[in-house]
Write a protein that binds this ligand. Sequence first.
Ligand SMILES: *Cc1c(COP(=O)(O)O)cnc(C)c1O
Length: 366
Amino acid sequence: MNLQDLAPKYVRLIAPYQPGKPVFELAREMGLNPAEIVKLASNENPLGMGSKAKAAIEKELAELARYPDGNGFDLKRKIAQKYKVNSDQIVLGNGSNDVLELVARAFLSPGDSAVYSQYAFAVYPLVTQAIGAQGIQVNALDYGHDLDAMLAAIVPTTKLVWIANPNNPTGTMARPGDLFEFLQNCPKNVLVVLDEAYTEFFTPEKRPDSMSWLTDFPNLIVVRTFSKAFGLAGLRVGMALTSPAVADIINRVRQPFNVNSLAQAAAIAALDDEEFLKKTLRVNSEGMAQLTAAFVRLGVSFIPSQANFIAFHCGDAAALNLFMLQRGVIIRPLAPYGLTNTLRVSVGLPAENARFIEVLEEALAD
Ligand SMILES: *Cc1c(COP(=O)(O)O)cnc(C)c1O
């Protein structure tokens, strides 16, 4: 007998998520020196974490024998101040992936459906399917969300729409006006999850003022993370910002201690570290310019990106990815998204970008 058969069919059919390869794993596999490996695969902050967050963690170490604050009182108060919302509009998560799963678990059940775009973040189909709800995938438009088609795809069973802006893995954006229009036209009894994991990287004129939309659209759930611009991916902390009624329901399926005390302390400090955020954005825009200039020089076509990573096209992506790995450069294949001629590289420090470009050039000359 196969114990896997005890799991519902919709669980057995889930394709496992493929994370970026860890440095130590590649070092072992290829016999490389870990110090020489460049990891540009998971859109992490190449600067590491900010000094304020680090100091907050060190201070919090003395309290680790205690359970964390299950309601995240101080962190929610800080978030509320920063984003001009009330604490009862916030749900904290063990990373925003946790929040995405909580939303699915709170609102979806078998027989319901959720709409998402082709090439959108892999976690949307994953959490939808894990519930046994039906995923409705809408064809992408120029690698991004086709909001009109997504609206048209909503059917009576639809309870949720997943939108990533900017989108991962393609880096595409939806215009603020188009998003607003989408919210206006979306049925009021359908929740819209607007995943803004990379919103800090937007130039101000492209960044939607999603916080101001929360009042008009109680069905809007904005999701943010501390994993990218704030440099805390390893700590796992993210949040949903929504109407009090929706937050209340999501909080009911949340485990009380899902955000640990180091993460809470670091997140509070990170929100105050303007300096670090500014430096992060500067390193990113310079790195993005470095990468795109190289793509242009080498005749490599790419998808213009608003985030801290960029997808580029190449003939045989699997072969190029292997070539990179053998030389200690970890980037991300997009074959799981059906993009077999496309790879995604995260923006790193200048020397890391230069190493990636060097190996790319070598591969193209090969
Ligand atoms: C990286 C990313 C997240 C953040 O995940 P965490 O669980 O907060 O680390 C969320 N959404 C998208 C689209 C992402 O790319």
